[in-house]
Design a protein around this ligand. Structure first.
Ligand code: URA
Length: 212
């Protein structure tokens, strides 16, 4: 597993406002959207392309276009939904699949409660959206789900990660042949005893959508 912490002053600025407990939901949603677009630029550095012959108003030339099969973007419900538009802005022709995963707050284990994905993901590059890499359980389960269907390259885009979560994710993916990259805006200090990232930003889903 490769972890890429995006080091950019705009990312750091937006993340600081996002963390602030006085930032309201509409601002939080807008900032998440902008931040994910910046992360998406790094996350798609290895997106597959194929040669494409075109004719400019001046001369024929060869460039590249996104390869087929198209990449698949998979937001993890519910908080990952807040990252979808920011990702699709850079990959408008990608397909979108949905994975609903819930964390048992006592055992901190992840379980799938909803799924809307192609049965066959052979040869697909997948971009998994999950804002908080906390225990790593949800992301590990999501990645295993996608690779079990044939996905052969996975990039997870997260806002924040905890070192414990990264270590657990790596352990949870042991033996997996598929390359996995995690792109994140910041690596925080630790997890607290409730499984929250410290200093973090609180519950990402609640801050995006209000407490439900
Ligand atoms: N999920 C969140 O929304 N926030 C955390 O800090 C950890 C998990």
């Amino acid at each position: 597993m490769r972890t890429l912490v995006v080091d950019h002053p705009l990312v750091a600025h937006k993340l600081t406002v996002l963390r602030d407990e006085t930032t309201d939901s509409p601002t939080f949603r807008n900032l998440t959207d902008e931040l994910v677009t910046l992360l998406a630029y790094e996350a798609t550095r290895d997106v597959r392309v194929e040669p494409s012959d075109i004719v400019t108003p001046v001369a024929p030339t060869t460039g590249v276009k996104l390869a087929t099969p198209r990449p698949l973007v998979v937001p993890i419900l519910r908080a990952g939904l807040g990252m979808l538009d920011g990702m699709m802005r850079l990959l408008p022709t990608a397909e979108v699949g949905f994975l609903g995963m819930v964390r048992n707050e006592e055992t901190l284990e992840a379980a799938t409660y909803a799924e809307r994905l192609p049965e066959d993901l052979s040869g697909r590059q997948c971009y998994v959206l999950d804002p908080m890499l906390a225990t790593g359980g949800t992301l590990a389960a999501a990645i295993r789900f996608l690779t079990a269907r044939g996905a052969d390259d996975i990039t997870a885009v997260c806002l924040l990660a905890a070192p414990e979560g990264c270590a657990n994710l790596e352990a949870g993916l042991a033996g997996l042949e598929v390359p996995v990259t995690v792109v994140v805006a910041a690596m925080d200090e630790k997890l607290n005893d409730k499984g929250y990232i410290v200093p973090g930003l609180g519950d990402a889903g609640d801050r995006l959508y209000g407490v439900v």
